[in-house]
Design a protein around this ligand. Structure first.
Ligand code: MG
Length: 269
């Protein structure tokens, strides 16, 4: 690449891929304020920050705007990839898992069999707001789904095992996030990481290293696939990751995010 290239080459061939809730965003107030010093430093170095979240495209759009993020992003636990178009706004999107309509069909069948659970499709926005702590206008955006369904489980542990087995027989899977279980197709947050690695290797025409940050069980596959996994301490428990390079942040949420990214950049520079 020459200096005339329209692609901003990063100071280090590094991509940051991150969970949002409880990781870049505070678990309670959804603020990323404590991570601003690290985000500013990454932007200055042209290092992309790829959001990889259980949130929907419409929920992430507002946050990308607030944080002035223009990088590709991955929604609904690795099920959907969105690449911003270079002109005219909007995204090119691709579903890696199973479509929402197909998932709802299977869940309808599960309700008919007598399993007790509620999904976002069964709930008014006010109920989603009460469960997530989101304001109602943002809760409504979280109901606009493409390829996964968050559910609250109201049945026994034995029934959950049965439920999981039946989902698997239908080609779906059940993963546990910070607040909900997620029913989705055969994709996970590691699918999002693989996409980000390929995308930037192609764009920059060189091998890239990936730093991943997450706090929930649904982040495990992404963290295990990263070159530099950073575990953010969870609200209830902290993940133990099968990756020799894994570090655990000394603080929860965006403060831990900030600390570990700055520490890593200083180590790599
Ligand atoms: Mg999380």
């Amino acid at each position: 690449m020459t200096t005339q290239s329209r692609v901003n080459q990063p100071a280090i061939a590094l991509v940051v891929i991150t969970d949002l809730d409880g990781t870049l965003l505070d678990h309670f107030n959804y603020s990323a304020a404590a991570a601003q010093p690290a985000l500013k430093r990454l932007r200055k170095m042209h290092i992309p920050v790829v959001f990889n979240t259980s949130k929907t495209c419409d929920e992430v759009a507002g946050l990308r705007h607030e944080l002035d993020n223009t990088d590709p992003f991955v929604c609904e636990n690795g099920s959907v990839i969105h690449i911003p178009k270079s002109e005219g706004g909007g995204y090119n999107s691709e579903i890696l898992g199973t479509s929402y309509v197909q998932i709802l069909k299977v869940l309808h069948h599960m309700h008919q069999q007598g399993f007790h659970f509620r999904g976002f499709n069964d709930m008014p926005a006010s109920e989603v707001a009460a469960l997530t702590g989101l304001p109602q206008d943002k809760a409504w955006l979280s109901k606009k789904r493409a390829a996964s369904e968050p559910i609250i489980w109201h049945d026994s542990d034995d029934a959950l095992t049965d439920f999981r087995n039946q989902l698997e027989a239908a080609g779906l899977q059940l993963t546990k996030g910070g607040r909900f279980y997620h029913v989705m197709g055969q994709a996970d947050k590691a699918s999002g990481l693989a996409f980000a690695r390929d995308f930037y290797q192609h764009l920059w025409d060189q091998p890239v290293k990936v730093v991943a940050l997450g706090d929930g069980e649904n982040d495990r596959a992404m963290l295990e696939a990263a070159d530099y996994p950073i575990v953010i301490p969870g609200e209830k428990q902290t993940l133990s990751i099968d990756n020799p390079n894994a570090v655990t942040a000394p603080r929860k949420g965006p403060a831990g995010w900030n600390h570990c990214i700055i520490e890593l950049l200083e180590k790599l520079q």
